[in-house]
Design a protein around this ligand. Structure first.
Ligand code: FE2
Length: 254
């Protein structure tokens, strides 16, 4: 499950403005939706208190996600505004790559508003608000990650060739979506695909996954496929490495 627009090649055109979708909270979410949110939240937190990055866990508290109801983006954004200036914005579905990355460059995170049904608790092929807000947004409360993601967006939005676009997709995939980090001597998950999915996280921390030290060139040379569990992932020592990786890519482009 990824927000990454994987099928678009080079972004030579200027991004069109994004069409925002209002959350219309009371209309959109019924009791069943809040129940589904609650089940997903409790199931993931039971494990993430032990296996989730401290940056994610701290971010959860800072943005005030509740266990018993779908988050209201206006509440989340009020809390983010004073910390890092990021905002989650409602969109209707996948955005073209140029739009998606341009939003990141403006500290706006395109967010799906729908929530999976009770019948789809364990797997959903597309992002939903649980993946987008529970999985992604807590990290946006962290100043280092917040700056990295903005700078990543600016770089990716300016990709001129298919090779540059592939490089940015790989960096996004192996960090924002499926990143691991070493904290207090243990491997923790921080990528949204791992935060929001029990199966993906269990695979990432289990014996079937080759966990390699993060290096920019190793990531840029590693292809990925979106439709099965990952057998190679990369582990950071600190989030500063992400910021340095983007800086290095800016220097290579100049
Ligand atoms: Fe995602």
């Amino acid at each position: 499950m990824s927000d990454l627009p994987l099928t678009t090649s080079a972004n030579t055109a200027v991004a069109e403005p994004v069409t925002l979708v209002e959350q219309r909270y009371a209309e959109r979410y019924d009791t069943e939706a809040h129940d589904v949110w609650s089940i997903l939240y409790e199931r993931r937190m039971r494990t993430l208190r032990d296996t989730g990055s401290e940056v994610f866990l701290n971010g959860m508290e800072r943005i005030g996600l509740a266990s018993d109801r779908v988050p209201e983006l206006a509440d989340v954004n009020r809390r983010l505004a004073t910390r890092t200036g990021w905002a989650a914005i409602g969109v209707g579905g996948f955005l073209p790559a140029a739009q998606f990355f341009s939003c990141l460059a403006e500290r706006r995170f395109p967010t799906t508003l729908s929530l999976r049904s009770r019948a789809q608790l364990d797997y959903l092929p597309e992002p939903d608000i649980f993946h987008d807000v529970f999985g992604h947004v807590p990290l946006h409360a962290d100043p280092v990650f917040a700056d990295f993601l903005q700078r990543f967006g600016a770089l990716a939005a300016g990709a001129q060739t298919p090779e540059e676009t592939t490089a940015m997709a790989r960096l996004f995939w192996f960090t924002v979506e499926f990143g691991l980090i070493r904290e207090r001597g243990r491997t923790r998950v921080y990528g949204s695909g791992l935060i929001s999915s029990h199966g993906d996280a269990a695979n990432a921390l289990g014996s079937g996954c080759d966990r390699r030290p993060f290096s920019l060139d190793a990531v840029l040379n590693e292809p990925f496929e979106i439709d099965h569990l990952q057998n190679v992932l990369f582990e950071l020592e600190s989030f500063e490495q992400l910021f340095e990786a983007v800086d290095a890519l800016w220097e290579r482009r100049d």
